[in-house]
Design a protein around this ligand. Structure first.
Ligand code: NDP
Ligand code: OXD
Length: 312
């Protein structure tokens, strides 16, 4: 039995080593345009991939599961997926920890005005600002899934006033819940620091646009660590230049790497990070994939399986 591996990063050796250590009988086959010979397709039971080329899953008659190399599956959905084969997204505690670090770092950065202090230091300017209180800082997390909920809970532990927005209603300790289209306006109206941790689906594409940005209070900060497709780029720039948004931290983009001439790079109020909010680390993520392969071998379903209707 074999696993077909396709990644955009240079992490193939680490994945091969981890999987060989945990599942020595699994034949690891790398799959790139340059390494197109996958051997006997009938031996392939698993695919572990990020952004495989369209049509890549055809002619794998014994495929049992497609594992995403990330928490998101937008790079797989819509790519001629074989019917009946589960798509499993990555739910790795290491990935979750990394994302919450990113969110907390940037929320605290803006909450405590560390950007202004850094600028002041460059200018040798001794300027103190009033100390902000977490209890009166309203944070809004779009997406209360594995990543959004962890970040929300960690922010709530610092006593931030945290709200979350999800597709389905929720009851959560210490987090004010909003849901659906009906809840979006009120959620945005109370959000001073907006964090997007939604999956990219037909429903969420372009959700950060002039209309939604315009519903944020004056001076709001936007942190997008989900997907570039959530943001209408021109609307983001306009909302910063004309208000109400005061700054944005963007980790993900329509086109990656972000083209060198994209206006986000040089905008003084936008911080660009190169899709590193949380990286998939083979040493933790492989253990999750291994556990799922063991489950499949024992006749149990892997988890979490993507719902083809909702796309996440
Ligand atoms: P989950 O599937 O666990 O959570 C998704 C959340 O979004 C759920 O709360 C869901 O609502 C909500 N949601 C989905 N559709 C809508 C909608 N139409 N309206 C309102 N809420 C909606 O995803 P994860 O938390 O694991 O990951 C989120 C995303 O983060 C990934 O899809 C990926 O794109 C991104 N990501 C980015 C990384 C980076 O480095 N930049 C790293 C890892 C992930 P409900 O609870 O009701 O179902
Ligand atoms: C992911 C990502 O989806 O890294 O895991 O973006």
């Amino acid at each position: 039995m074999a696993l077909l591996f396709s990644s955009k990063s240079d992490d193939v050796d680490r994945w091969r080593d981890m999987l060989a250590r945990e599942l020595p009988d699994l034949d690891f086959r790398q799959w790139t345009p340059a390494l197109d010979d996958i051997g006997d397709p009938a031996e392939i039971e698993y695919v572990l991939a990020w952004g495989p080329r369209p049509g890549a899953f055809k002619d794998l008659p014994n495929l049992k599961c497609i594992f995403s190399l990330g928490a998101g599956v937008d790079h797989l959905i819509g790519r001629d997926l074989p019917a009946g084969v589960p798509v499993v997204r990555l739910m790795d505690p290491g990935l979750t920890r990394g994302m919450s670090e990113y969110v907390l770092y940037w929320v605290l950065h803006h909450h405590r005005r560390f950007g202004d202090y850094a600028q002041g230091a460059k200018e040798h300017c001794w300027q103190q600002y009033p100390q902000a209180d977490t209890r009166t800082r309203r944070i809004g997390i779009m997406g209360l899934g594995v990543l959004g909920l962890d970040a929300a809970q960690k922010l709530a532990a610092l006593e931030f006033d945290v709200a979350g927005w999800s597709r389905t209603p929720k009851t959560l300790d210490g987090i004010t819940p909003f849901d659906g289209e009906a809840g979006l306006k009120d959620f945005l109206a109370r959000t001073e620091i907006l964090v997007c941790l939604l999956p990219l689906t037909p429903e969420t594409a372009g959700i950060i646009n002039s209309e939604t940005l315009g519903q944020l209070p004056d001076g709001a900060v936007v942190i997008n660590a989900a997907r570039g497709g959530h943001v209408v780029d021109d609307d983001m720039i306009k909302a910063i230049d004309d208000g109400p948004v005061s700054a944005a931290v963007l980790d993900v983009f329509h086109s990656e790497p972000l083209p060198a001439d994209h206006p986000f790079w040089s905008h003084p109020k936008i911080t660009v990070t190169p899709h590193v909010a949380s990286l998939t680390v083979p040493e933790t993520a492989a253990l999750v994939v291994v556990e799922n392969i063991r489950r499949i071998r024992n006749g149990q379903p892997p988890e979490p399986i993507v719902d083809p209707d909702s796309g996440y």
